[in-house]
Design a protein around this ligand. Structure first.
Ligand SMILES: NC(=O)C1=CN([C@@H]2O[C@H](COP(=O)(O)OP(=O)(O)OC[C@H]3O[C@@H](n4cnc5c(N)ncnc54)[C@H](OP(=O)(O)O)[C@@H]3O)[C@@H](O)[C@H]2O)C=CC1
Ligand SMILES: O=C(O)C1=N[C@H](C(=O)O)C[C@H](O)C1
Length: 267
């Protein structure tokens, strides 16, 4: 499968280049950065620290997409929306790991998926997607006397909050409880907040250091607490998931898929 990595110089971009170069049945067809980036013209393999691959970083996605099978995209929401239009035009698989989308952005991705095969997930790791299933199950089992709080910590450079993973886990909890996350979500608390509203799903965000990604869902009940957690130790877990998603989507019809589809965990 011929794959293009966009956001090639980013933390995930460099990880994805390494993963594609090492994967059986995949080749790095191209690497993209934004116009003006200092990475333009550099060899993608050298950028990723694995030696020369003969693939220069460019700022011309469409000319690469037309001859590729898929694009791996861990960039930023505005960039991903633009890449979604181009991937749909080129009829290639678009794997989206980017987080921080608005509701309007998500509607645009849904529209793009009428013509394109998109796999999007706030977390591409096996562990987090298994955890989401457990969270759904526990939330469905416990009543509202158990308060649900999602706690996450990431490195100091992360720009969006709550994390895509925290929202994915919050969605799983809301589904288990058969409520809408939009109506129960509390993402900020400051000052005199009043008592906790029964049924709310709370989010707490920590940022610091080089933490790859820690997530816990806490079910706090009368005199007891259940905590379900995932700790990411290496970004390679996300890159492996993204590659798996691209290969899975290769022969699928247009649509918007998630990692639960890829991993066979869909309800
Ligand atoms: N779903 C998952 O499993 C995971 C998701 N993520 C998400 O992936 C995204 C990226 O994370 P991370 O790699 O840490 O971030 P980085 O900031 O390190 O990387 C993003 C890269 O995308 C580039 N970029 C931005 N806009 C464009 C554009 N228009 N064209 C080409 N390149 C562009 C950036 O360039 P520049 O610096 O010049 O802006 C940068 O090199 C985040 O949203 C993060 O939350 C991360 C890990 C796992
Ligand atoms: O920005 C990151 O680093 C990560 N982003 C994703 C998220 O927002 O949940 C996934 C992972 O936790 C790392």
């Amino acid at each position: 499968m011929k794959l293009v990595v966009v956001g090639a110089e980013g933390r995930m971009g460099r990880m994805l280049i390494r993963a594609v170069a090492e994967a059986k049945g995949c080749t790095l067809h191209g690497a993209i950065e934004r116009p003006g980036s200092a990475a333009l013209g550099k060899d993608a393999g050298l950028l990723a620290g694995i030696g020369e691959l003969g693939v220069p970083v460019t700022d011309d996605p469409l000319s690469l997409f037309v001859a590729a099978d898929g694009v791996l995209d861990f960039t930023a929401p505005a960039a991903t929306l633009a890449f979604a239009d181009l991937a749909a035009q080129a009829r290639i698989v678009h794997v989206i790991g980017t987080t921080g989308f608005s509701e309007d952005d998500l509607k645009r991705l849904t529209a793009a998926s009428y013509h394109a095969r998109i796999v999007r997930s706030g977390n591409m790791s096996l562990g987090v997607n298994l955890l989401a299933g457990l969270v759904r199950q526990v939330a469905a089992t416990l009543g509202e006397e158990f308060d649900i709080e999602v706690l996450e910590m990431h490195h100091r450079m992360k720009v969006d909050a709550p994390s895509g993973t925290a929202l994915l886990l919050g969605e799983a909890a809301a589904e288990g409880r058969q409520v809408a996350l939009a109506e129960t979500r509390v993402s900020t608390r400051d000052g005199h907040t009043g008592a906790r509203r029964p049924g709310d799903i709370g989010f707490a965000t920590l940022r610091g250091g080089s933490v790859v990604g820690d997530h816990s869902v806490i079910f706090a009940g009368p005199s007891e607490r259940i905590t379900l957690s995932h700790h990411a130790e290496d970004r390679a877990i996300f890159a492996r998931g993204a590659l798996k998603a691209a290969q899975w989507a290769f022969d699928k019809p247009p649509g918007l898929y998630g990692m639960d589809d890829v991993l066979g965990l869909a309800r």
